[in-house]
Design a protein around this ligand. Structure first.
Ligand code: DGL
Length: 274
């Protein structure tokens, strides 16, 4: 048994889609969430910047007594974690490995689509991991940069989103992929539209579900599950003014936000040069 909290970070609020799955699968766990709302988005930033930001996000979370840190952010997981994750005493886990493993297990025809931010797709991380799982897998990766602002503006079922999604997903449909990785925190909120466009034949793989499943498995195997949540189990820290957080945050979390919310000066945890 281990009652220490789990730390979760993201470039902003999208990581709450991962937290939602954790809360659902591991209701006894207490969680500290850090959203870098002052520096979001990471998706179009350089490798150096994403690494620098990710380092500071982890450094901030290390100020808590945690048993595990999860990078909920697809971009941080794909770009920064391969450089960083073994540098810490505490286990730091991203969403890419577990998601690629699940997609490789699910595909029947060996063709897997990946969608994510420009940075995630440019990194080639998901395709590389899929090939490590099975060198025969064909990977078709498409950046979908407009999905993040569409989701953040609540355009989940909007006609504009459908038109853009149809264009983005065309190469995935043409490839014949039977499995599609939703490689960004925001995309599970577009599951309905994406599913309608690619059709029932294509399995959508949600990194939040994959990560939560893996964490449950690991903590169970290591005897590290919490016995019961703290009285106030959820703590949220943001690097910008938390105004509007409860409204937008509850859209990602798909339940009202309750818990401690405060602002943190993330620059104080950021190295000025790498
Ligand atoms: N959280 C990011 C991701 O999953 C999306 C938003 C951003 O670009 O920072 O890749």
């Amino acid at each position: 048994m281990d009652n220490r909290r789990i730390g979760l970070f993201d470039s902003g609020l999208g990581g709450l889609t991962v937290m939602k799955e954790l809360m659902h699968m591991l209701p006894a766990e207490s969680i500290v969430y850090f959203g870098d709302t002052g520096r979001v988005p990471y998706g179009g930033k350089s490798v150096e910047t994403v690494i620098k930001y990710t380092k500071s996000d982890i450094k901030f979370l290390q100020t808590f007594d945690l048993k595990l840190i999860i990078a909920a952010c697809g971009t941080a997981s794909a770009i920064a974690l391969p450089h960083l994750k073994d540098q810490y005493e505490i286990p730091v886990m991203g969403v890419t490995e577990v998601t690629a493993r699940e997609a490789a297990r699910l595909t029947k025809n060996g063709c897997v689509g990946v969608i994510g931010t420009a940075g995630t797709i440019r990194s080639g991380a998901f395709c590389e991991l899929l090939k490590q799982e099975n060198p025969e897998i064909r990977c078709v990766a498409v950046p979908c940069p407009l999905f993040v602002p569409l989701v953040e503006n609540g355009y989940l079922e909007h006609e504009a989103t459908r038109l853009i999604a149809e264009e983005y997903l065309e190469p995935i449909i043409k490839s014949g992929a039977d499995t599609l990785i939703l490689g960004c925190t925001h995309y599970p909120l577009l599951s309905r539209i994406i599913g309608e466009i690619v059709g029932d034949r294509v399995r959508l793989v949600n990194p939040g579900v994959c990560a939560a499943t893996e964490i449950k498995k690991r903590l169970t195997a290591q005897g590290m599950l919490a016995e019961k949540p703290e009285e106030e189990p959820y703590h949220f820290y943001l690097s910008d003014d938390p105004g509007g957080f409860t409204r937008l945050g509850s859209m990602f979390l798909e339940r009202p936000i309750s818990g401690h919310v405060s602002r943190v000066d993330i620059e104080a945890y950021t190295e000025s040069a790498l």
